[in-house]
Design a protein around this ligand. Sequence first.
Ligand code: ADP
Ligand code: MG
Length: 323
Amino acid sequence: MSEFDLINRYFKYLPCQRTDVLLGIGDDCALLQPPAGKQLAMTADTLVAGVHFPVNTPAVDIGYKSLAVNLSDLAAMGAEPAWAMLALTLPVADENWLQQFMSGFSELACEHGVQLIGGDTTSGPLSITVQLTGFVTPDQVLRRDAAKPGDKIYVSGTLGDAALGLKKCLGHIASKNSLLHCVSRLNRPDPRVALGRELLAVCRCSIDISDGLMADLGHIVNASCCAANIYLNKLPLSDELQKFYGNDIDWSVVATGGDDYELCFTLPPQHEPLLKIIAEKTHTRLTCIGEIISGKGVHCFDEAGREVGFANAGYNHFSDSIK
Ligand code: ADP
Ligand code: MG
């Protein structure tokens, strides 16, 4: 099969086709019509085998996750997703792998109204880069530099599941417990796109948790020139994680584990009643975990009010590896 057959078969005729794509896959460039009065929000993320996912991850999950992590970046800014580009580096042109990969990618693309408009296909060690573009209304955007002392700090969903799922996938857990929920959270994160857009009604500051709560909330306080107090006993945990650890929760997994792709946002307290409505509307668990104060850094306290330190604040590409 030639490169062009491959493109026609697997990339060109996906079910989600948008009217604002004037020219899609097939020419040297795609031609796009942005909506009048909107600004473009653009992001790209690369997933490298053995670095961002264990090498034994099913192709369907890699396809799903490669789009999900980009959707999560748009969610964190409150943007509406539209167009994706896909740069694929494959060790071999394995059609079975590609078919699985694209079914995962396309499932999520359809769910969010995203059209694949182009990309590049090369051979080499397995690596996937997705570039995603969305729309925002000028000044209606969530940014990491907009937190203010007095804001409440919230997170969506639960924390630490993906990090526990990763331990399971890497064989680091001597347990018969299959941790299905946590492994699914690792491989098929649910980007909080609807939540991000609803949050525009009540706040202006958010980030998605890709590198762990401590690290990502750290980006908020650094960019916003303020500090954060958070409380371990308020961090939302899934039933599966809670059951796995029992009374001896590994808080470093919850507070510093990456890959959850939940949103962490800061909210002026007067908007808390409205937030309840947003939680119901988006079917999302939203939990207050602390508050923004003046000062520097993220300070985490245990039940006794003692400050807790963590050896590793989050994933670092140049010192950590999951191989
Ligand atoms: P060129 O050599 O002009 O860069 P290519 O031969 O790489 O073009 O690609 C031909 C068409 O197929 C282009 O429209 C390109 O965007 C698209 N394409 C190539 N690889 C992918 C991919 N992995 N996903 C989506 N579209 C792709
Ligand atoms: Mg060309």
